[in-house]
Ligand binder design. Structure first.
Ligand SMILES: [Zn+2]
Length: 124
């Protein structure tokens, strides 16, 4: 068994695999569940490890390690996938907005204001 410094607390511990001590591993599991639940409730949340840590009230370092370990990517609601999905939705929103507002803008400038209002309401 090798001796390794824990990635989280820096404590030296014996391990055959991984670089996080058993105590911190338990902590990571708790943080992971919290982060996963948060991402599930906020699928459109666009944030890095630090912002996510602040939202769920946990140590930034723990969230970072979970991200580095790829814990979020193993699940369908992973951080990376959310990014891709979000960008695709934004693109689709833009396309739809252009398709619906562009012809009316040319025909009747009077309705442009209400169209814009409708578009911003749809975003929320
Ligand atoms: Zn530790």
């Amino acid at each position: 068994m090798e001796m390794t410094a824990c990635n989280v607390c820096g404590k030296i511990f014996g391990t055959s695999s991984g670089s996080v001590c058993p105590a911190c591993r338990k902590l990571l599991d708790i943080v992971y569940e919290k982060a996963r639940a948060y991402l599930r409730d906020h699928p459109r949340a666009n944030m890095n490890a630090r912002e996510l840590a602040r939202e769920i009230g946990e140590d930034e370092r723990l969230v970072e390690i979970l991200t580095i370990e790829g814990r979020f990517e193993n699940k369908s609601e992973g951080l990376e996938e959310n990014e891709v999905e979000k960008k695709r939705k934004l693109l689709l929103d833009d396309l739809q907005r252009n398709l619906t507002t562009a012809p009316q803008k040319q025909r009747e400038t009077g309705t442009y204001g209400s169209d814009r209002h409708g578009a911003t309401r749809r975003e929320k």
